[in-house]
Design a protein around this ligand. Structure first.
Ligand SMILES: [Zn+2]
Ligand SMILES: [Zn+2]
Length: 273
């Protein structure tokens, strides 16, 4: 049994390929369950740039697209689930439209991402005069912890994505162990999951999200994992799972999780032999 619980559609404006092509790629890699998790609609002002999020009035079409793909993929042996990648922001006013969307529709899976390079977060940092990298990183993990405790999300996606997109100069997890462990503990306490996101291996510093050191702490603390390729093109479905899953097993993780109807399902750590 193999799963990939994070991928996108062209509706977000920065992905390519039809959802059925993602399903075909999944079938080719022996992935039995894939969850499409396009970015939740956001107001442009909160995101900071037009055209790279789906819009509120495209949501029905998104859900239709995923459900049609599910029908076509079933004979290929791939179950397609309908999720959404929601944001984690300290500015409650920017969360309100997302809360409406989370309440209005039934989702299989809700990811929680703090894209620290979005305008909403950059404005928060500016307003609170947080210019120092070390404090930015601590704040980021505190906000992730608040996100965990909000009850909105099933899994916290690419949990050290602050290290990319130039928000901070350098990210050394060992220097932030206390605040990161606090975040991990909240994931355990709230009984949700953290995502292992293999897109980190393609983004310049060539390391998985989260950093292997954070994965060591997570394993020791009993954090449950989901896994996602964060594919924005069909070719990336399941990318690097064949190397990352053996690494996870070495770190002591015996299982992975995915969600259907917001319910957590455990599977054995897949093998790629
Ligand atoms: Zn994206
Ligand atoms: Zn994503």
């Amino acid at each position: 049994m193999r799963v990939d619980s994070h991928m996108h559609t062209t509706l977000c404006g920065h992905a390519i390929g039809a959802p059925i092509e993602y399903a075909m790629a999944a079938a080719g890699r022996g992935i039995n369950v894939m969850t499409i998790t396009c970015h939740i609609p956001m107001e442009w002002a909160a995101f900071g740039q037009e055209g790279i999020r789906m819009q509120r009035d495209q949501l029905d079409h998104y859900r239709y697209l995923v459900h049609e793909t599910a029908k076509k993929a079933k004979p290929m042996g791939v179950e397609v689930l309908c999720g959404i990648e929601a944001e984690v922001y300290p500015d409650e006013a920017h969360m309100e439209p997302m809360d409406e969307i989370l309440a209005e529709y039934e989702w299989d899976f809700v990811l929680g991402s703090l894209h620290a390079h979005c305008q909403s977060y950059l404005m928060w940092l500016k307003k609170n005069k947080i210019n120092d990298d070390a404090i930015r990183i601590d704040s980021y993990f505190r906000h992730l912890k608040d996100g965990v405790q909000s009850g909105r999300y099933d899994s916290m996606s690419h949990p050290d994505v602050i290290r990319t997109y130039g928000v901070v100069g350098e990210f050394k997890p060992a220097e932030h162990e206390e605040v990161i462990r606090d975040f991990l503990q909240s994931v355990v306490d709230e009984d949700i999951c953290m995502e292992v996101n293999t897109s980190g291996l393609t983004k310049g510093d060539f390391e998985v999200h989260p950093d292997p050191l954070i994965l060591d702490w997570a394993s020791e603390m009993g954090v449950k994992l989901t896994i996602g390729s964060d594919s924005h093109q069909p070719n990336s479905v399941g990318q690097f799972f064949d190397t990352i899953q053996p690494m996870l097993r070495e770190k002591g993780f015996k299982d992975l999780h995915y969600f259907r109807g917001r319910e957590c399902i455990r599977i054995d750590m897949p093998s790629w032999d």
